[in-house]
Design a protein around this ligand. Structure first.
Ligand code: PBG
Length: 326
């Protein structure tokens, strides 16, 4: 029996009725906010292609996140811009490095705020690749030890979650082993399990100063047309001990996110990346879209597709807007 007996519009008639039957509800608990920490003090350098986002020195970072902790965002994802770069990314696993100092300062100021750290070498290498380079190739196995040292150094500084984003094979196992051997059995690994070689990372490379100086990342990040390979990457990372698995980018890969959701029961994170943010900000600045509605609709779509955790530069705005009616 269909129309006139069935009238789906009955359940859309008022805001209260819509709230009653709403299937997906965003909450502040859904978000991690990515931040970029740099050397110096009183540094607040805007990232041109990411309006509202700055490179912050440790003191400014602490100031910046104070209101976020009050708003109830569960945590941040920390990226570092080191003072100097070299072939072996030594700034990444220096216990006095910029990320390590930031972890200590943030945990001292906001003990309940979760600090997740991006574990990768590309911000720290002179060539801008995510691993050790020899004869123009990014070597897998020699990179694992450096990644494990980096994760251990973050855990020692007090990181609550370490998040490898390099896409080397075997890095989750290597990190898990070194953390366990050193007494950090309780530190979770959030693996960037499904990370595509995407043009949507463009603005991030300005924010983190991590553009590769030759070639591209296609020999280690995934080929965008593949979804079965995503299921395989997730399976491998979980076998190696990942506690949370991530899909990245989010918007062009919502089908992948949904399929991974159906295939695994681990918590899933989706990364709403820099290029996705930049497009919304640019259109909003031109007055071509309603930023608030577009952002909340987008983030709801990511959650509806299956994300438990949304990593997004919109997090502070989104949390403020969620306090109002939408
Ligand atoms: C480091 C890393 C990147 C991003 C997160 N971690 C850049 C890249 O792989 O080139 C991208 C984040 C974003 O675009 O917001 N490997």
């Amino acid at each position: 029996m269909t129309f006139p007996v069935n009238r789906p519009r009955r359940l859309r008639a008022s805001r209260t009725m819509r709230r009653l039957v709403r299937e997906t509800v965003l909450t502040p608990d859904d978000f991690l906010y990515p931040v970029f920490v740099t050397w110096g003090s009183k540094v607040r350098r805007p990232v041109e292609a990411m309006p509202g986002i700055c490179n912050l020195s440790v003191d400014c970072l602490v100031e910046e996140i104070a209101p976020l902790a009050d708003l109830g965002i569960p945590g941040i994802l920390l990226f570092g811009l080191p003072e100097t770069k070299d072939e072996l990314a030594s700034g990444a696993y220096d216990d006095e490095g910029v990320v390590q100092q930031a972890i200590r300062a943030v945990k001292a100021a906001f003990p309940d705020l979760l600090v997740a750290t991006d574990v990768c070498l590309c911000e720290y290498t002179s060539h801008g690749h995510c691993g050790v380079v020899s004869d123009g190739c990014v070597l897998n196995d020699p990179t694992l030890e450096l990644l494990a040292r980096t994760a251990l150094s973050h855990a020692r500084a007090g990181a609550d979650i370490v998040a490898p984003s390099d896409m080397m094979d075997g890095r989750v196992a290597a990190i898990r082993r070194v953390l366990d051997e050193n007494g950090y059995q309780e530190t979770p690994v959030m693996a960037y399990a499904v990370k595509y070689a995407s043009a949507f990372y463009g603005p991030f490379r300005e924010a983190a100063g991590s553009a590769p100086q030759f070639g591209d990342r296609r020999s280690y990040q995934m080929d965008p047309p593949n979804w079965r390979e995503a299921l395989r990457e997730v399976r491998l990372d979980i076998e190696e001990g990942a506690d949370i698995v991530m899909i990245k980018p989010a918007l062009a890969y919502l089908d992948v996110l949904q399929r991974v959701r159906q295939a695994c029961d681990h918590p899933l994170a989706a990364y709403n990346v820099s290029g996705e943010y930049a497009m919304v900000k640019a259109a909003a600045q031109k007055g071509w879209i309603d930023e608030r509605r577009v952002v909340l609709e987008t983030l709801t779509g990511i959650k509806r597709a299956g994300a438990d955790i949304i990593i997004t530069y919109h997090a502070p705005d989104a949390v403020r807007w969620l306090k109002e009616e939408y």
